[in-house]
Design a protein around this ligand. Structure first.
Ligand code: GLU
Length: 479
């Protein structure tokens, strides 16, 4: 057996990267890193009708965005390629041949409609609906007849085991009764391999040491074990991780809202936060801490700490975590992350540097990058619109008007409005009007931002600049 740890993520390119599959990829990536092993990406695109190059491209993009760089796979290559199942047909045919030689696989000429009719009849009688094995021992004459009718065979595995048992790193020992397995199809009549067969051939030939996947695959595993045995191979170490459930304890699905990685990206989640969050839907660190950098996830990962029960996807926790990541990020980097959101919202930003001061001011209250679109609106609005009746009323009070007048006279000729200059101006207004605290600051805030509450006003004013501040105060006075 290969002693080096090799994990793999094997998505079917039939849609966007689902959050549950991303979690599987993350655990495989973390465990490979933890063990100094390799993380392999394999594209399981044998379902020609449902697989698309667009889906593959989007899955690769999402993996890259998550920072789950693969050591081998599409675009990277590697010694065990090709890494797309559609490019490995010969290998499946060779191994099918090995199984038919040993009489462990046989051609089945039954047509889909015949199988369906028999299945219905069995169901009606309350019998098992497994394949009735009628093609198991066809004579040469029977085969000739089918071929003469233009039938092309699928191939089935001859499953005779009384029971299949295997160990699972998460679940412990599992025994599966043989009668529930049946003679399953390993290659379709059009020559494409079925998932269980292709998966076993590839996991073995690619030297995969650990198969870590969602436990929705656990019912496939007995079939895969039988194939390993039939081919004379040692199965890899298996670990089936519990499903992710929605808050209603149902399997996480579209019904629960956002479920694909690209949607989380568009909503303004950070890859580090998503990786941290999804990883902890499977296991917990010994320290019990929640915020764990990639380095710590890799260092502290432990199979023994994988939970045996399903975990609930709690979006509030993800939001909280994302906010933590936003706050611990270098401002320059945060601004770089925010820039595309502002640009896409149509704000006239030219560079990420321009965004930095805004990020400094607002980061404390942000949970998603996209929050910036609403929060930063004040910097790009032609005029601030009072956010409420209350705000509009404050603007019209006599006291506010005297503040605005004083503000405008203080601002006369001001060219540089940095924080200190603004503080100075506010102090002067205080002296002139006798107003202080909220009575002084709220009207100015409303005039400059339209909002009753908000972050550090001197910082906001500095970004707005003297010209806009004057314009907004004049407008408030005229309002
Ligand atoms: N292509 C399968 C899937 O996406 C892979 C399952 C496995 O990891 O074996 O579910």
């Amino acid at each position: 057996m290969n002693s080096k740890v090799r994990t793999r993520f094997a998505p079917s390119p039939t849609g966007h990267l689902h959050i549950g599959n991303a979690r599987t990829a993350i655990i495989n990536w973390i465990f490979a890193g933890h063990s100094g092993g390799s993380f392999v990406l394999r594209i399981e695109d044998t379902d020609v009708e449902r697989s698309t190059p667009e889906s593959e491209a989007s899955i690769l993009e999402d993996l890259r965005w998550l920072g789950l760089d693969w050591d081998e796979g599409p675009e990277k290559g590697g010694a065990f390629g090709p890494y797309r199942q559609s490019e490995r047909s010969d290998l499946y045919l060779d191994h099918l041949e090995m199984l038919t030689q040993k009489d462990l696989a046989y051609p089945c000429y039954c047509l889909p409609e015949e199988l369906e009719a028999r299945r219905k009849a069995m169901l009606g009688k309350g019998d098992t609906t497994q394949y009735d094995k009628r093609c198991r021992d066809l004579t040469a004459a029977q085969i000739r007849k089918f071929v003469g009718e233009g039938r092309r065979p699928a191939f089935r595995f001859r499953a005779d085991a009384e029971a299949v048992s295997f160990g699972d790193l998460v679940r412990g020992d599992i025994v599966f009764p043989g009668e529930q397995i049946g003679d399953f199809v390993i290659m379709k009549s059009d020559g494409t391999p079925m998932y269980n067969f292709a998966c076993v051939v590839d996991d073995h030939l690619m030297g995969i040491s650990h198969v870590i996947r969602g436990d929705d695959h656990i019912s496939n595993t007995p079939r895969q074990i039988l194939l390993y045995q039939a081919l004379g191979w040692e199965p890899p170490v298996l670990a089936h991780i519990p499903m992710i459930l929605g808050p209603d304890r149902e399997k996480l699905s579209k019904r629960h809202g956002v479920t694909s990685v690209d949607q989380y990206r568009t909503l303004g989640y950070l890859p580090d936060a998503l990786v941290n969050f999804l990883s902890l839907l499977s296991w917990s660190s010994e320290s019990g801490e929640d915020i764990l950098s990639r380095e710590r996830l890799i260092r502290e990962f432990d199979f023994n700490r994988i939970s045996k029960s399903a975990s609930i996807f709690n979006v509030e926790k993800l939001d909280w975590m994302n906010g933590m990541y936003i706050r611990q990020m270098e401002v320059r980097e945060l601004a770089r992350h925010l820039f595309p959101f502002l640009h896409q919202a149509g704000y006239p930003v030219r560079t990420a540097e321009e965004v930095e001061p805004m990020a400094v001011i607002f980061r404390a209250g942000m949970e998603r990058l996209s929050d910036a679109v609403e929060k930063f609106r004040i910097f790009f609005a032609e005029f601030p619109v009072p956010e409420s009746v209350e705000a509009a009323e404050v603007m019209q009070q006599e006291a506010s008007r005297s503040i605005y007048k004083s503000f405008l006279s203080q601002m006369d000729g001001v060219r540089d409005l940095d924080r200190d200059a603004f503080q100075e101006i506010m102090k002067n207004i205080q002296q002139e009007t006798g107003l202080k605290g909220k009575a002084l600051w709220a009207p100015v805030r409303i005039a400059l931002t339209g909002r009753v509450h908000g972050p550090d006003l001197p910082g906001v004013a500095e970004i707005l600049g003297p010209e806009k501040c004057r314009k907004f105060a004049a407008r408030a006075l005229g309002a």
